[in-house]
Write a protein that binds this ligand. Sequence first.
Ligand code: IPE
Ligand code: IPE
Ligand code: MG
Length: 251
Amino acid sequence: MVETNIETLPAKKIFPLPNHVAIIMDGNGRWAEKRGMPRLFGHRAGTDNVQRVVEAFDRYQVRYLTLYAFSTENWRRPGVEVSGLFHILAEMIDRETKVLHKKGVKLAHLGKVDELAPELRDKVRKAIELTKNNTGMTLSIAFDYGGRAEILEAVRRIIYDDVPAEDITESLFGSYLYTADVPDPDLIIRTAGEMRLSNFLIWQAAYGEFYSTPALWPDFGEKEIDKALIAYSRRERRFGGLKAEGEAGEG
Ligand code: IPE
Ligand code: IPE
Ligand code: MG
């Protein structure tokens, strides 16, 4: 039997498609380095890539897209890089919110808010408020996000709420996470070749399909998206059970 070439499969034939795609946008620094430029140049290029990625996934009618922009561990980077990143993020909100709103995108933030500068916090709040009734794709941006911090915050709030121990189910716990309104990711993409979650959605990723590509984030475009979606469509998800009925092959 001849294997279909992943590069040539017509995009419209991809099935099944994921409902929620979560992306670890990695490799901005390496992208800049390759060009002999400062790291922030790479972060700018990476940010400029967001709109085209949103559009591409929207065309595939992916309902939820989550982008990992800044981790709770990224505070360990030099001050200039951190402040530069937050500056770029604020600029992006100013520049892109209206465009996303016109497309019917609903914006969400995953992560801590208390450590953000008040001005940025305000921009985030306004963007979420503006788009809250939109019925298109939900675009969640994870910044100052850490999976462990998220779990600890949930535990604290459950305790503050005096929830009886026997009522703590997986679904109740999930409702205390930043992602309460977002289903678990079906496909988790990491760019720049690394094979780790780096504290991203560690609870929610339990049965997500992991896909890593060597492409650096600013280079991650439509062709790369097609490859990731085709790879996903060929995965067999079992969730601990056996092959889905009707799919079992002959021998
Ligand atoms: C990803 O790019 C963006 C953030 C983590 C903020 P990196 O900055 O990690 O890029 P590399 O890994 O150094 O290439
Ligand atoms: C993960 O990338 C965080 C984001 C993409 C925001 P890092 O570059 O920070 O991850 P490590 O340090 O290589 O694990
Ligand atoms: Mg990195």
